[in-house]
Design a protein around this ligand. Sequence first.
Ligand SMILES: [Zn+2]
Length: 76
Amino acid sequence: MDEIRLQDVVQMRKTHPCGSDQWTVIRIGADIKIKCLGCGRIVMMERADFVRRRKKVLTQGPVPEAETLRDISQRQ
Ligand SMILES: [Zn+2]
């Protein structure tokens, strides 16, 4: 699954020096910004790099607003 959402809590393949392997996605653009849940350190990496280093998504972030709006219009 290549989907990336804001506020995703992800487990990375490599454990951070602080001992945590869980990160939360705080920015999605050409690059992805993630924040370590253990020490709060912010790391930026390329999207492809992020997908490769990500082990799994522990908690998926909320559906993006555009998708939510589309859902609502489909229901009406
Ligand atoms: Zn850390």
